[in-house]
Design a protein around this ligand. Structure first.
Ligand code: CA
Length: 397
């Protein structure tokens, strides 16, 4: 099917993409829009559903998979048939004229730890005297509950957090905690999953029902203060070293747009328990780029992830914990086998000991004024590349 929207056909935002967001422009209130080419269509202008005249995607997300699918098919027909052009074209807003808002109200936020390469790298650095992987790692997707209220949309400045970190000369037997701004502020390049259809307390989601509940994805930067984190995380896991901000892209890409990007997982050994079993093509082949002040410093491959998102969701609910519309879960830092595929500065600089080059300088952790952008793309159902939303943040003192 061809697309009448100028410049959209063959672009990373063609008919095979159609991500959803929430935007403001001119003096209009925040409303739901879909991106096509370099334009945004406000859906409330063409559809009567109250779900679109909202400052968040939550009402649409709650309608469920059948409505998501029908809406997508209707949009493809709207942008694909010349007969609708006269009605729809005057309603399109140039994407450069809009300000994207947080696309959905985040209910609960969970972050996983699903990259074998990332977990191995971090284990070697944080626990040099024991096995890099903890004994549970290959048996369950490890995660923790994060702070939903500090998830922010791309473009929101990120203030350098302060907290407790250890002074030089500290040891395990003689820690010297001090208070002040983090000196080891970092990024984590992740993919976030957005839940639409809720469950009741006591229900669990089978891996086969992943697509009944998850609407779509967006790149996610889990900003991390490594000095605060390494002092606080034993025994209960991440807390203030993570909770100050998590940035997400302004566009949510529907799972349907990623159908051609599905791939087999790299392989799981040992075989996980039955409630975590998945079939072929349970992973996604999505290429990420990490840019520091406009320069690509890493290319993490999502296809390398050990655990699939269906396994993450099954594990998250196996105890009967309910889902709410707007729940968000992150994959965990995406790192590949190569040094140039690592998804955090902690790994790129090996704990700050092996600086990497960027901007003509040796770099380790984030400086005030640094801007980080995560970009991602995948093969679309039409055979070309589709872009996921970008997520950017600048560090302020
Ligand atoms: Ca993380």
């Amino acid at each position: 099917m061809t697309c009448w929207v100028p410049g959209a056909a063959g672009s990373p935002y063609g008919l095979d993409n159609l991500p959803y967001g929430v935007f403001t422009n001119a003096d209009q209130p925040a409303r739901v829009g879909v991106r096509i080419g370099d334009f945004v269509l406000p859906l409330c202008a063409v559809a009567e559903s109250a779900a679109f005249a909202q400052p968040s995607l939550n009402a649409f997300l709650a309608l469920g998979r059948e409505v998501w699918h029908e809406t997508r098919a209707w949009l493809i027909s709207l942008f694909g048939n010349e007969e609708h052009r006269a009605l729809v074209e005057p309603l399109l807003v140039p994407v450069d004229d809009v300000t994207l808002q947080l696309p959905f109200e985040v209910a609960d936020y969970v972050d996983f730890y699903c990259s074998l390469q990332h977990a191995t790298n971090v284990g070697k650095m944080f626990r040099p005297d024991s096995d890099a992987l903890t004994p549970n790692w290959r048996h369950l997707p490890i995660g923790y509950h994060g702070r939903a209220g500090t998830v922010v949309v791309s473009g929101t400045p990120v203030r350098r957090p302060s907290g407790q970190r250890l002074a030089a000369g500290s040891s395990t037997s003689g820690p010297i905690p001090t208070y002040g701004p983090s000196a080891r502020l970092d990024i984590e390049c992740e993919l976030g999953f957005v839940v639409g259809t809720p469950t009741l307390l006591g229900e669990s989601v089978r891996t086969a029902d992943f697509e009944e509940h998850v609407f779509g994805v967006l790149p996610l930067n889990d900003w991390s203060a490594r000095d605060i984190q390494s002092w606080e995380y034993v025994p209960l896991g991440p807390f203030l070293g993570k909770s100050f901000a998590t940035s997400v892209a302004g566009w949510v890409t529907p799972l349907e747009a990623l159908e051609a990007a599905r791939v087999d997982l790299p392989g799981q050994d040992p075989k996980p328990l039955d409630y975590l079993s998945v079939g072929a093509r349970s992973g996604y082949d999505i290429d990420f780029e990490v840019l520091l002040n406009g320069e690509v410093v890493s290319r993490p491959p999502y296809a390398a992830l050990y655990w699939s998102p269906a396994q993450m969701l099954a594990h998250l609910t196996v105890n009967g914990a309910s889902l709410r519309t707007g729940d968000l879960f992150g994959s965990g830092t995406i790192s590949g086998d190569d040094k140039a595929q690592r998804g955090s500065f902690l790994e790129l600089s090996w704990g700050g000991k092996e600086p990497f080059r960027a901007g003509g300088m040796d770099r380790t952790f984030l400086e005030d004024g640094d801007e980080v952008t995560l970009r991602a793309s995948a093969t679309g159902v039409a055979g070309g590349r589709i872009a996921l939303g970008e997520v950017t943040g600048r560090i302020v003192a």
